[in-house]
Design a protein around this ligand. Structure first.
Ligand SMILES: C[S@@+](CC[C@H](N)C(=O)[O-])C[C@H]1O[C@@H](n2cnc3c(N)ncnc32)[C@H](O)[C@@H]1O
Length: 209
């Protein structure tokens, strides 16, 4: 099954499934950006809008992209703020409909494991960012991928569905940002409160253009 169709199927239960990675990412996003202020934000792979509402509170405008109509339908229902525009788009299709050097924040949350070659997406995000703008990356930590964890859900019949995923090492993310002409300013690892004794669950990186 394609990644897009998998998310169409997952969309109805994405917000209610037990998912510690999703929950941790939401918490980290609020901590990292909840008190910030931006003019324009790009949310790259917005899913059901889990982070879109928070971003709409701290930005004058948000452009939120995703290729799954199912996920976008959930997001449009959940986030009705007038300053958010949702776009159905495969982000591998470059260039994105975004003016060059126009955004202060671009954020990838839990999407890059589904992208085989992230380099062109980093370059495109860098094109869209204004000088001094931030590219935020938040991904399932590769240490967890090495252990066999990947995006998955249980369908209505109780069958486990794994969504096609690619492993990217920490160095790949760092190099992708640097190749796109950005500077790594922060790298952090995060644990859910139920993760004691386990490898980190989430990796975040912030690059500045
Ligand atoms: C795990 S969900 C994360 C959604 C949201 N960012 C969050 O943190 O809850 C991954 C999302 O990436 C989207 N996605 C994956 N590959 C994509 C692509 N090539 N273009 C656009 N969206 C994509 C999926 O449709 C899905 O909504």
């Amino acid at each position: 099954m394609s990644i897009e169709s998998s998310y169409d199927r997952w969309s109805a239960i994405y917000d209610t499934n037990r998912n510690r990675t999703r929950d941790l990412d939401a918490q980290v996003m609020r901590t990292r950006f909840g008190s910030s202020r931006f003019h324009r934000v790009l949310e790259l792979g917005c899913g059901t809008g889990k982070n879109t509402g928070m971003l709409s509170e701290v930005a004058r405008s948000v452009q939120a992209f995703d290729f799954s109509e199912g996920m976008l339908t959930q997001a449009r229902t959940r986030v009705r703020s007038a300053n958010v525009v949702f776009h159905r788009r495969d982000l591998s299709n470059i260039p994105w409909p975004v003016e060059t050097a126009s955004a202060e924040l671009a954020t990838f949350n839990l999407i890059l494991e589904h992208i085989e070659s992230p380099n062109p997406l980093f370059a495109e995000a860098a094109r869209c960012l204004a000088p001094g703008g931030v590219l935020h990356v938040s991904e399932l930590h590769p240490f967890r991928q090495y252990e066999g964890t990947q995006a998955r859900f249980e369908d209505a019949e109780g069958n486990e569905v794994k969504v096609a995923a690619f492993t990217h090492h920490v160095s790949e993310f760092v190099e992708a940002g640097q190749r796109a002409g950005m500077r790594l300013v922060q790298l952090k690892e995060w644990w859910h409160k139920e993760d004691a004794g386990r490898p980190p669950r989430l990796l975040t990186l912030d690059f500045v253009k």
